[in-house]
Design a protein around this ligand. Structure first.
Ligand code: ZN
Length: 113
């Protein structure tokens, strides 16, 4: 199917919240709660806190116990995210973001799962 972005040589991954920032090499894992269903989303740096706060409020409203996203789970998700982005475009910035996540994953405390 023809798509408007076919002309763009570089696929851009927009932050789903502000739709302004390209988060391909700088994504922050958080969650949204919609109808009691948790969905993992990746947002830009400046959208991270407001999104987490909204998630917390949504949990409250739905009487679901809020729990912080476990570090290793967050890092694993981020690793998959960057890997997928790297497949789309072999950008050295994404490569270094992925390297950074893998390094953090290697040293993250095991009991923080
Ligand atoms: Zn954003």
């Amino acid at each position: 199917m023809p798509h408007a972005s076919d002309n763009a040589p570089v696929p851009v991954t927009r932050c789903p919240r502000c739709r302004a920032e390209d988060i391909a090499a700088d994504a922050h894992p958080t969650r949204i709660l919609s109808n009691g269903v948790e969905t993992r989303v990746y947002v830009c740096r400046s959208c991270y806190r407001p999104t987490e706060l909204e998630y917390r409020i949504a949990c409250d409203a739905a009487a679901i116990a809020y729990r912080p996203l476990p570090i290793r789970e967050a890092l694993r998700g981020l690793r998959d995210f960057y890997r997928a982005r790297l497949d789309e475009r072999g950008d050295p910035e994404i490569r270094s973001a992925l390297d950074d996540v893998e390094r953090r994953l290697a040293i993250a405390p095991v009991d923080a799962t």
